[in-house]
Design a protein around this ligand. Structure first.
Ligand SMILES: [Zn+2]
Length: 433
């Protein structure tokens, strides 16, 4: 490991002997905690990217020390999980041996670079002294109901045998091995981060973060105020029932309840259990074919407004909660099971994606919002306006229409105001085949 010059070695040795970078909590000076992302010891050497990352904070720590701060600058290794497992498979060396060996080498390399860490506080996440605290936190979360198990769809790489985040799926393939990603349902652990959505939003303005970062966070949490509306449904001419014998309700979340009178079909996510439930025997073959087809696309691709719309009729109908009219229920991958309720009411005259879909599959497009009562705006017209062709609601505006629709449907339990967050409960990735 003789990368250092004689001069480097001489001084590094001196720093080590005099414990120059040792953190002493009792030393005078304002305390400063500088912490970087830990390296994965998944290969035997650091690469340039590591030091590209660490040199900035190391230089900054040095500057702060010179300015009189009492700097705490520790280092550690994120040594659990898939990278270590893959390395062990590749080399045939037991992960315990390879991981600890790799850590030793990387540690020495960081010392050779002249990094100013206090190594007395080093941690490795694969060591029991460290992970007992992970286990401790997990148990607290479990006690509080903030960790729970649930069956939910995931992106699955059959080659890596692991779950992938949406961001790890590139053009429908695993970012690591480029294998085509599958969607499948698995029982997983979840953390209920949604319980903190509002608190996160409320705290953002007080944070000393760049505005751009705050905006990304705000969008990620994605709070929207809207209405949850229920539709009863009919399969083979009969009202669909829930397990307890009551009427099955399809719930949709919408920020545009004012467009309710323009609903001409309802869409369910193809991967949701509801889709399978709604599918009639007559349509089953086509729906199953479609489900297999949509397993391949990533959620990000599916949510894109520009991608070509695809879909298939389930054979069942939703009953419009106000008119009682039957509208067809389609399965389409522009609706995602884990977003909202996994069901949407489609109003093609006033939503771009619904409009494209209706055009493609020749579904009715009915104007119910206009900029002025007699205006013939170009469709899809997605602005707010006044209600037209909406019977008793004609002439109402965005707000008064929503109020009136909720007032009418709420007593029957068919509508209620609701706040929805785009933020997903997060899953732990420690799922093995
Ligand atoms: Zn893979």
């Amino acid at each position: 490991m003789a990368y250092s010059t004689d001069v480097d070695r001489k001084w590094q040795k001196k720093w080590e002997e005099t414990k120059l970078y040792k953190y002493d909590p009792n030393k005078k000076g304002e305390k400063l905690y500088v912490l970087e992302m830990f390296s994965y010891p998944s290969a035997a050497n650091l690469h340039l990217g590591h030091w590209y990352n660490y040199s900035l904070t190391d230089s900054w720590s040095r500057m702060k020390r010179m300015q009189g701060y009492n700097v705490f600058h520790p280092m550690g290794f994120d040594s659990f999980g898939l990278p270590a497992e893959n390395y062990a498979i590749k080399t045939g060396i037991h992960p315990k041996d390879s991981t600890l060996h790799n850590i030793e080498i990387m540690e020495q390399q960081l010392k050779n670079m002249g990094a100013t860490y206090d190594w007395d506080y080093e941690i490795a996440t694969c060591k029991p002294e460290y992970y007992k605290w992970n286990q401790w936190i997990f148990l607290r979360l479990l006690e509080k109901g903030l960790a729970y198990r649930k069956n939910a769809p995931v992106n699955w790489c059959p080659q890596c045998n692991t779950v992938l985040a949406n961001e790890q799926v590139i053009d429908g393939a695993c970012e690591r091995c480029h294998t085509e990603v599958e969607h499948k349902n698995m029982t997983q652990w979840f953390f209920k981060i949604t319980a903190y959505a509002q608190e996160l939003l409320d705290c953002l303005p007080q944070l000393d973060w760049p505005e751009k970062t705050k905006k990304i966070q705000t969008n990620w949490i994605g709070r929207s105020e809207g209405t949850q509306i229920s539709f009863l449904c009919e399969k083979n001419g009969e009202r669909l029932k829930d397990e307890d014998g009551s009427d099955l309700k399809l719930s949709v979340f919408t920020t545009r309840a004012d467009t309710l009178m323009g609903v001409s079909y309802v869409v369910v996510a193809p991967e949701s259990p509801l889709c399978t439930l709604l599918t009639t025997d007559e349509c089953r073959e086509k729906v199953e074919e479609y489900q297999a087809f949509t397993k391949k696309a990533s959620d990000i691709e599916r949510m894109s407004t520009t991608s070509e719309k695809t879909g298939v009729f389930t054979g069942s109908y939703a009953i419009h909660p106000i008119t009682g009219k039957k509208v067809p229920i389609w399965a389409s991958d522009y609706v995602i099971a884990t977003y909202g309720t996994g069901v949407v009411m489609a109003v093609p005259a006033h939503d771009e994606r619904d409009y494209e879909f209706a055009k493609k599959f020749d579904l009715p497009i009915q104007r119910v919002i206009a900029s002025k009562p007699d205006a013939e705006d170009e469709l899809p017209f997605i602005e707010k306006g006044v209600l037209v062709n909406s019977g008793e609601f004609d002439g109402l505006n965005f707000k008064t229409a929503i109020d009136a629709i909720i007032e009418k449907l709420q007593p029957q339990g068919m509508a209620e105001r609701k706040i929805n967050y785009r933020l997903q409960r997060s899953t732990t990735v420690s799922v093995t085949g």
